[in-house]
Ligand binder design. Structure first.
Ligand SMILES: [Zn+2]
Ligand SMILES: [Zn+2]
Length: 296
């Protein structure tokens, strides 16, 4: 073998001494061995991984994640709120407590895989492990299933949940609650993802930590001035309007916006004023407007 290869090399003009050729083949053999070892390592990793999944599948794996959404008011967003809601989710069966078995019975060892959860298949020179098709990797079979959950260990139903929604949550923000998703028969529950929608407010609009609102004033107040009530986050506030007030004027209440209790940061409240045309003008008012028009 070695000589034949040496002849092949010499035919290509690579004239080397016996010592050089020996070193060349040793290097080549080492490299082949390394590749084989590497391949075996990958093969082992892959099948060990398959075996792990096979034995863990449906037994120890956590419950499914759950997605739910709620809508809160603007005021609830400002202060944070505790919401009590009904959520459709899988909980552990109260009859069998997740064992899947009829009360008083226990699972029996799977005789297809002898309790290993995997079956060995010969594939050419290799032995491959596949999840047992009889017990689906559990290693156990249930002869007498729980009649309440039909052997699933879980029941889908309404679950009463309490969520503490923090203040200043953004519209559409998703809150994550670990271990509050769907239950698993013999492991911990999945994650619950709660999408929080914040309903529009009839007066306030949010811009990060700041808020904006629009306030209508009459032409009369705009011309001669007066005091009007303005909605703020802290309730009604009286604001004085000077004479000859301009349409589109805005005022800013510093510290009137949203308050972050952790950082102490407070936004501002911008109030935009606009003139509103009077509705349902009476005959007397019409007469006064006519007189005003003639004066101008
Ligand atoms: Zn059950
Ligand atoms: Zn089996």
């Amino acid at each position: 073998m070695g000589n034949a290869s040496a002849v092949t090399i010499s035919l290509h003009g690579n004239r080397k001494s016996d010592k050089t050729l020996k070193a060349h083949f040793n290097t080549k053999r080492n490299r082949t061995t390394r590749i084989k070892k590497r391949f075996l390592s990958i093969w082992k990793t892959f099948f060990l991984h398959t075996r792990r999944i096979a034995s863990v599948d449906l037994l120890d794996i956590k419950g499914d994640d759950l997605h739910h959404s709620i809508t809160i008011t603007f005021e609830e967003m400002v202060n944070g709120v505790e919401k009590h809601v009904l959520v459709k989710k899988k909980t552990r069966c109260g009859e069998c407590e997740g064992s899947r078995c009829l009360r008083g019975t226990v699972p029996t060892r799977c005789w297809t895989c002898y309790g290993k959860g995997v079956t060995v298949i010969k594939n050419g020179p290799y032995l491959e492990e596949d999840p047992c098709t009889k017990c689906h990797g559990r290693g156990m079979t249930i002869k007498h299933k729980c009649p309440n959950c039909f052997g699933k260990g879980l029941i889908l139903g309404d679950s009463f949940e309490v969520f503490r929604i923090p203040a200043l949550v953004e519209n559409g923000q998703v809150l994550k609650y670990e271990h509050r998703g769907h239950a698993a028969p013999s492991s911990y529950s999945g994650t619950l993802y709660l999408t929080v929608n914040v309903a529009d407010h009839p007066v306030f609009k949010r811009d990060n930590m700041n808020i904006e609102s629009e306030v209508a004033i009459s032409y009369a107040t705009g011309i001669i001035g007066g005091v009007i009530n303005v909605d703020t986050l802290n309730g009604l506030r009286q604001v004085s309007i000077g004479p000859n007030f301009a349409h589109g004027y805005s005022m800013v209440l510093e510290q009137g916006g949203l308050r972050d209790s952790k950082s102490g940061k407070v936004g501002k409240h911008t109030i935009k004023f606009f003139f509103k045309s009077p509705e349902n003008v009476s005959a007397e008012e019409k007469q006064l407007y006519t007189e005003l028009e003639s004066l101008q």
